[in-house]
Design a protein around this ligand. Structure first.
Ligand SMILES: Cc1cc2nc3c(=O)[nH]c(=O)nc-3n(C[C@H](O)[C@H](O)[C@H](O)COP(=O)(O)OP(=O)(O)OC[C@H]3O[C@@H](n4cnc5c(N)ncnc54)[C@H](O)[C@@H]3O)c2cc1C
Ligand SMILES: NC(=O)c1ccc[n+]([C@@H]2O[C@H](COP(=O)([O-])OP(=O)(O)OC[C@H]3O[C@@H](n4cnc5c(N)ncnc54)[C@H](O)[C@@H]3O)[C@@H](O)[C@H]2O)c1
Length: 459
């Protein structure tokens, strides 16, 4: 039995089915979960349009001048939010449909309803037709998380919005205030700015993206400001209210910011309440997350958990890996426990920030780690493509030369991080990484170059 059809749940269902299990999956909001329907997939689809808009703006730098049919120079492109949103929602729905088809094709039974545990070995699914109690050898809980709502700033879906509600907007906000400069806030603030909205970002720290590499965050904040975003550092929202003209956001120091809409992106809370977890012996942490070990076992025998409800690493890729691991463990297949140090992650700003392995914050002060920093501005391919910002950073263990982490800030950094992730996962040395000859000219050439620069005669 699987509770929740997001990446944690559907990947687990596919693996369990391939290992010969009879699988039933109960899902409330749609197969693919929040990842596909409201969070990851929609945001990246919207950002794809914003990135495209920015490419138009840089055309002149590459010698391209756009003209209309009368020969007049075109200096402005317009994103029609209604059309963008239709594309976003259609794509998400299609992706959800593809996953549901894949699940049904391998024999997974899907119940559209709300599930709860009835002890560790059974689930009750509530649908329009009533309750169905299903016993199971193993239960996987992957119920995800939902946007955090702060008192005094309750979303109304029209002007005060969560990130899940922006795809219903009929037109681009005139002035969007984004509260929270974590990954969600930063990505969507820049996405909306790119589509043409005026954006003010309320950021509680000295720099946006407090959880990221600080050199990378500094590049992104600089880009935000240069492209016209107002970033209010060291500013916390106290409340958000509707006014006759739009919204008013009050900060804890008494300042107010007026806009047409506000998007609240202050984190998420796990959906673990009222579904029989504690009654079944599943321990929850103080934050309400399900406590799991490295193979996704909870404290209740036969009950596993995966994804955002565990709070291990709020990423679709990690949810899927946890779900796969849980089913391999439950069904007796070879299990590779989750190695958090080798997880690649990406912030889909422009440029993107991709990271893997040990971060600067962890490494700082460790004399046993070497670091090299290469600005992309000196990379020949970057020059050809008109890329001005960005860098490659690589970390290796002194002595052994083992690659322990890396950061890439570049357009499509999400595609560039993989060789570093492979190196970290397989404990390769910088010499092994640089021995693979890269394409010339290429951005990945900077990764090979960084590895070469970390070569030491004693490694
Ligand atoms: C704006 C945004 C952008 C993101 N972008 C990325 C990205 O680019 N890359 C990335 O890796 N991650 C990204 N993430 C994170 C990613 O979306 C999550 O880590 C991922 O959704 C977690 O998957 P999950 O399976 O745990 O839960 P979810 O995707 O939330 O799915 C949970 C499912 O469980 C169902 N459910 C809940 N309770 C019940 C119940 N009682 N009974 C039945 N069903 C239930 C829900 O209806 C839902 O369908 C992003 C997150 C946000 C907020
Ligand atoms: N590209 C991706 O992979 C991607 C994208 C989005 C989210 N995510 C995942 O989701 C997780 C959560 O990210 P998130 O950005 O939604 O949440 P978060 O908790 O990382 O960030 C929320 C931010 O809001 C700030 N905040 C809280 N209260 C505030 C207030 N009153 N006023 C102003 N700021 C306030 C916090 O200080 C924090 O910096 C991430 O860790 C990431 O794993 C991933």
């Amino acid at each position: 039995m699987i509770l929740g059809g997001g990446p944690g749940g559907y990947e687990a269902a596919l693996v369990a089915s391939s290992l010969g299990a009879e699988v039933t999956l109960v899902d409330r909001d749609g197969i693919g979960g929040a990842a596909v329907l409201t969070d990851c997939v929609p945001s990246k689809t919207l950002i794809a349009t914003a990135d495209y808009m920015h490419e138009w703006e840089t055309a002149a730098d590459l010698g391209v001048h756009l003209a209309d049919h009368e020969g007049d120079q075109v200096t402005d492109a317009t994103a029609v939010l209604d059309e963008v949103n239709t594309r976003v929602l259609d794509l998400a729905k299609a992706q959800s449909g593809d996953i549901a088809t894949q699940l049904r094709d391998v024999g997974v039974r899907i119940i559209e309803g709300t599930g709860r545990l009835d002890g560790p070995g059974a689930v009750v699914a509530t649908t329009d037709d009533g309750d169905e109690r299903i016993e199971a050898d193993f239960v996987l809980v992957s119920t995800g998380a939902t946007p955090r709502v702060l008192p005094g700033a309750e979303p109304d879906g029209e002007r005060i919005l969560t990130w899940q509600q922006i795809y219903e907007l009929p037109e681009l906000p005139e002035h969007l205030i984004v509260v929270g400069s974590g990954v969600t806030g930063a990505e969507l603030a820049q996405g909306m700015l790119g589509l043409g909205a005026k954006v003010t970002l309320v950021s509680s720290r000295d720099l946006v993206l407090p959880g990221e590499d600080q050199d990378a965050a500094a590049v992104i904040e600089d880009v935000f400001r240069r492209r016209g975003m107002t970033v209010l550092n060291r500013s916390r929202m106290e409340s958000a209210q509707r006014t006759d003209e739009g919204v008013s956001v009050t900060l804890t120091d008494g300042r107010t910011v007026h806009g047409s809409h506000v998007l609240i992106a202050v984190g998420a809370v796990p959906q673990t309440q009222g579904i029989g977890l504690e009654e079944a012996g599943v321990e929850l942490s103080d934050s309400g997350h399900i406590v799991v070990d490295k193979v996704s076992r909870t404290t209740a025998r036969g009950v596993y958990a995966a994804g955002d409800c565990t709070g291990v690493f709020a990423l679709a890729s990690v949810a899927a890996a946890q779900g796969r691991t849980a089913m391999a463990h439950a069904l007796g297949d070879a299990v590779s426990p989750l190695r958090l140090r080798a997880i690649a992650a990406n912030v889909f700003t422009d440029p993107e920030i991709a990271t893997v392995g040990r971060s600067k914050a962890v490494i700082e002060g460790q004399s046993s780690v070497d670091e090299v920093y290469l600005p992309l501005a000196r990379n020949p391919r970057a020059k050809m493509l008109g890329i001005r910002e960005g860098f490659v950073k690589l970390y290796s263990s002194r002595g052994s030369g083992t690659v322990v982490g890396g950061v890439v800030v570049a357009p499509r950094a999400s595609e560039l991080i993989y060789p570093i992730a492979v190196a970290v996962q397989n404990r390769m040395t910088v010499d092994q990484l640089s021995a693979t000859i890269s394409v010339y000219p290429s951005l990945s050439g900077s990764i090979a170059e960084a590895a070469r620069r970390l070569h030491t005669t004693d490694s």
